[in-house]
Design a binder for this molecule. Sequence first.
Ligand SMILES: Nc1nc2c(ncn2[C@@H]2O[C@H](COP(=O)(O)OP(=O)(O)O)[C@@H](O)[C@H]2O)c(=O)[nH]1
Ligand SMILES: [Mg+2]
Length: 283
Amino acid sequence: MEEQDNHIKNQSPEDCEGCPVHSAANLMKLGVDMENWDYVVALAGNPNTGKSTIFNALTGLRQHTGNWPGKTVSRAVGGFEYADSRYKLVDLPGTYSLLATSLDEEVARDFILFGQPDVTVVVVDANRLERNLNLVLQVLEITDRVVVALNLMDEAKRAGKDVDDRRLARDLGVPVVPTVARYHEGMGELLAMVDEVANGKVVAKPYRIKNEPPKLRDASAQLVRQLQSVYPGLPNPRWVALRLLDGDERIIRAIQDGELGDLSQANALAVKPAADLSLEVLG
Ligand SMILES: Nc1nc2c(ncn2[C@@H]2O[C@H](COP(=O)(O)OP(=O)(O)O)[C@@H](O)[C@H]2O)c(=O)[nH]1
Ligand SMILES: [Mg+2]
């Protein structure tokens, strides 16, 4: 009974701001057990941006490494507590994009798309900002629960670059925290921001690419309407529509076999828990 109470501790019908949004069932399929954890945070980023350094700084010895289920891609999962919440942290493979053209990209994308992490921290190299923003924009198409860790600020400074984190936050529409992970600088600020996004105190309004050709815009709008009528709770119909128009095999399969349907159900529960929702459903 205690466990069940714990599971729904943040959920009340009238105020669901702090509700976790992750899909516990899909995370289980991805090999991440959320029982007794409040939130799950994914770490994404290009290779060599300091993801593992941040992962180690936040989890210390509370971590284990292994492989993604059924894949030869290694991963690290760890945990930490912050402000009375228990966080699971998952280090995703380093990628330049999320178009799933490599196994690493597929793993990273599936985790963000199907696991629906409560927060995705995208670690970027302040010294190579332009190249790194490609991934940030792709993550923002899938989820708005993003915090950008603007890492390697010391290297950028050394190279004479004065990176304006506030301007970047304004332009992207999501929180940006400058960090120097190697020296643990900015880790407290990063944790505080992750917590604010997880518990819904900070809601991002991410920049989305707008200047689409009219034909694409009309086609995607039509597909979005169809997706929303079939899967009302789908968190990112626009992204799914664009992937379908692109002929993305993995997403087509996820529609056909109901995987995306599960996702919209999980999301509908997260945003609208009925007062009499049975614990069985939540568990
Ligand atoms: N100067 C500097 N080096 C860093 C910083 N963060 C990470 N590094 C170094 O960058 C290298 C790559 O870091 P790592 O965490 O393995 O990157 P990952 O590939 O994203 O997991 C390591 O040598 C780190 O010590 C930082 O903020 N400043
Ligand atoms: Mg790493």
